[in-house]
Design a binder for this molecule. Structure first.
Ligand SMILES: Cc1cc2nc3c(=O)[nH]c(=O)nc-3n(C[C@H](O)[C@H](O)[C@H](O)COP(=O)(O)OP(=O)(O)OC[C@H]3O[C@@H](n4cnc5c(N)ncnc54)[C@H](O)[C@@H]3O)c2cc1C
Length: 495
C-alpha cells in the first residue's frame, strides 16, 4: 500500500463526481479512479441529454435553479408542479410497483435539494425547451415531468463536474480500473486494487464508493442476464461500463438486487456504431414515435405508440424492437407531424427515407410493401375523431386494431411520408448491488459491508421493467451525494 486516502470513488460519471464532491465537502482526502483515458472519461453521463427529474412546487422552485429567468419569459410558461408523491407514484407505476420503497422515498425526497446543491457546487441549469415542451395557444407547456437540464447537456454536465472536482483538489487517476476491493480481517474496507498501464497497485483507504456503472457494455453479461439476442444490441453510451464494480462487490459477498434481466433500452438509429459516439451523443435516439406509427420489416405494428408521454414508454420499447425480425423497426410520419419531431431527427447521420407514396416508402426502407400498405390503411380507418394536442394525453385514439394507439392518433395520409430506421440501443442495466438509504452496500447476511458505499447505475432495486425519463441522473446525484457524505464521515471517524 503506497498511497493513503480517506475515500476512494470508483468511476467518474455524474454519480461518482457528486460523491467525490460530497466527500471532499465533508473534509475527506478523496481520490477518483476512472477506467477510461481522460479523453474518453465521464461515463454514460457524458452521453446524456443532461435531463434531471425532480420534485418541485412551481415556478418559484424552478426560479431558484435557473439564473436570469425574466418575468416576461415566466409569463409565457406553464411549468406546472411535480410533487414528491407524483415522482414516487410515477416510478412505482412504470416499475409495476416493484421499486424499493425506501430507496425511492430517499430519491424523491432528496431530488430538489440535490439539484440546489449541484447548483451551489457550480453546475448550471436551463429550462429543457428543446425536447420536453410544446407551445399550445401561446403558452409553452412542459410534458412528462421533465423541466430542467444541465447547460450543454451531458457533455456540459460532465465538463462542469470535472472542472469543479479539479478545483476542489480532488485527485483523479485516469486509465485506472478498480479490480478488487480490499478488506481487513474484521471485514472493514482497507483499500482498493487497481490496474493501470503501469501495472497493479494497492491504494489504502477507509471507505470506497462504487459508482462505476452497470454491465450494459459487456456482451457476455448482457446475454447471461438479459437473455439471448442482447449481445447484438447497440450500446448507447460508454464502452467502459462492463460490470466490474458489481462483480468486485459480489466477490466479497455483496447482495444482488433488482431486475437483473431488465434494462433501459430505446429506439436507436439502425446504422449507429456499436458503442456511443461522443460527438453525436444521444442524437441517435428517435423519440418522437408518439406522433407516428412504428412497424417492423413485415410492415406490422407491435406497440401502442401513444400509450403515454415519451418519458414513460421510451425506455421499454427498445426491448420490443430487439424482439422484431432483424432487430429493426421503422417510425413513419406524414407532413402533419414532421414539425413536431425532436432535434435528433435532423442530424446528418440519420437512416431516413422520404417518399410520396407508402409503396415507395416501403421499398426505400426495405419494408414489405404489401404489409405496410395494409397496416397504414387499417390504421387510418381506425383513427377516431378528436382534437390532437401534443401537450396533453389527448385521447385521440384508434379503435378496432391491435395494438391500439391510445393518444395522438392521426391518419398517415399527407405526403411526403418520412420513415426512420431504428434498432435497439441499450442505455443501462437495472440489476445491481443492494444498498440501504445511507448508500451502504448490504451483504448476503443483510448487514452493511463496513466502509463500502454504492450509487448510480450500479445499484439494483430502484428501476424494474421501465423507467421515467430523467431519473437516472437524479438517482446518481442523490445517492452519489449521500454515499460521498457518509463515506467521508465514516472515514474521518476512523482517524
Ligand atoms: C445516450 C444516453 C442518454 C441518456 N440521457 C439521460 C438523460 O437525459 N437523463 C437521465 O437521467 N439519464 C440519462 N441517461 C442515463 C444516464 O446516463 C445514467 O443513468 C447515468 O449517467 C449513470 O450515471 P453513473 O454515474 O451511475 O454511471 P456513468 O456515468 O456511466 O459512470 C460510470 C463510470 O465508471 C467508470 N468505470 C467502469 N468500470 C470501472 C472500473 N473498474 N474502475 C474505474 N472506473 C470504472 C466508467 O468509465 C464511467 O466513467 C442516458 C444514457 C445514455 C447512454
Amino acid at each position: 500500500m503506497n498511497e493513503i486516502y480517506d475515500v476512494v470513488v470508483v468511476g467518474a460519471g455524474n454519480s461518482a463526481l457528486c460523491a467525490a464532491l460530497a466527500a471532499k465537502e465533508a473534509g475527506a482526502k478523496t481520490l477518483v479512479l476512472e477506467k477510461a483515458p481522460e479523453h474518453l472519461s465521464g461515463g454514460n453521463s457524458y452521453f446524456t441529454g443532461g435531463l434531471f427529474r425532480f420534485a418541485y412546487t412551481g415556478i418559484e422552485d424552478i426560479d431558484k435553479l435557473i439564473d436570469g429567468l425574466s418575468e416576461t419569459e415566466k409569463s409565457k410558461l406553464d411549468v406546472g408542479s411535480y410533487s414528491e408523491s407524483e415522482f414516487y407514484s410515477d416510478v412505482m407505476r412504470v416499475t409495476e410497483g416493484l421499486s424499493d420503497s425506501d430507496l425511492l422515498q430517499t430519491l424523491t425526497s432528496n431530488s430538489f435539494n440535490t439539484m440546489e446543491w449541484m447548483k451551489k457546487q457550480g453546475v448550471p441549469w436551463i429550462l429543457a425547451y428543446g425536447r420536453q415542451s410544446y407551445e399550445h395557444e401561446g403558452i409553452r407547456r412542459f410534458v412528462g415531468g421533465l423541466i430542467v437540464e444541465a447547460v450543454g447537456g451531458g457533455k456540459g454536465l460532465s465538463d462542469s463536474l470535472f472542472e469543479i472536482v479539479k478545483k476542489s483538489e480532488i485527485d483523479i487517476k485516469y486509465q485506472s480500473s478498480a479490480t478488487e476491493i480490499l478488506q481487513s480481517d474484521n471485514g472493514e474496507i482497507s483499500g482498493i486494487r487497481i490496474k493501470s498501464p503501469q501495472g497493479y497497485q494497492n491504494i489504502s483507504c477507509h471507505s470506497v464508493v462504487l459508482a462505476c456503472g452497470g454491465f450494459e457494455a459487456n456482451p457476455e453479461m448482457r446475454t447471461r442476464y438479459l437473455g439471448p439476442g442482447w449481445e447484438l444490441a447497440k450500446v448507447r453510451g460508454t464502452q467502459f461500463n462492463t460490470g466490474d464494480g458489481i462483480n468486485m462487490a459480489l466477490d466479497i459477498g455483496a447482495q444482488s438486487a433488482g431486475h437483473w434481466s431488465g434494462c433501459h433500452s430505446v429506439a436507436w438509429d439502425l446504422n449507429s456504431p456499436s458503442y456511443g459516439d461522443r460527438n453525436i451523443a444521444d442524437l441517435f435516439q428517435k423519440h418522437s414515435y408518439i406522433f407516428g406509427v412504428i412497424v417492423n420489416v413485415n410492415g406490422d405494428r407491435f406497440v401502442d405508440e401513444g400509450a403515454d408521454f415519451r418519458n414513460y414508454t421510451y425506455a421499454k420499447y427498445g426491448r420490443e424492437i430487439l424482439n422484431q425480425p432483424q432487430r429493426a423497426a421503422f417510425q413513419i410520419f406524414d407532413q402533419k407531424t414532421t414539425h413536431l419531431l425532436r432535434d435528433e431527427y435532423f442530424i446528418n447521420q440519420v437512416t431516413k427515407f422520404e417518399a410520396d407514396s407508402i409503396n415507395e416508402l416501403a421499398l426505400g426502407l426495405d419494408i414489405d410493401p404489401e404489409g405496410l400498405k395494409t397496416t397504414i390503411n387499417e390504421f387510418n380507418n381506425s383513427v377516431q375523431d378528436g382534437e390532437f394536442n401534443p401537450t396533453i394525453l389527448d385521447q385521440k385514439h384508434t379503435e378496432g386494431i391491435t395494438p391500439p394507439k391510445s393518444n395522438w392518433a392521426q391518419k398517415i395520409d399527407q405526403p411526403p411520408y418520412t420513415g426512420y430506421a431504428v434498432t435497439c440501443g441499450i442505455t443501462f442495466t437495472f440489476g445491481g448491488l443492494k444498498i440501504n438509504s445511507d448508500s451502504q452496500v448490504i451483504d448476503n447476511a443483510d448487514l452493511p459491508i463496513v466502509g463500502l458505499y454504492a450509487s448510480g447505475e450500479i445499484v439494483g432495486g430502484i428501476f424494474y421493467n421501465n423507467y421515467p425519463g430523467g431519473s437516472g441522473l437524479m438517482n446518481g446525484a442523490v445517492f452519489g451525494k449521500i454515499s460521498g457524505d457518509n463515506a467521508a464521515k465514516f472515514a474521518l471517524n476512523k482517524k
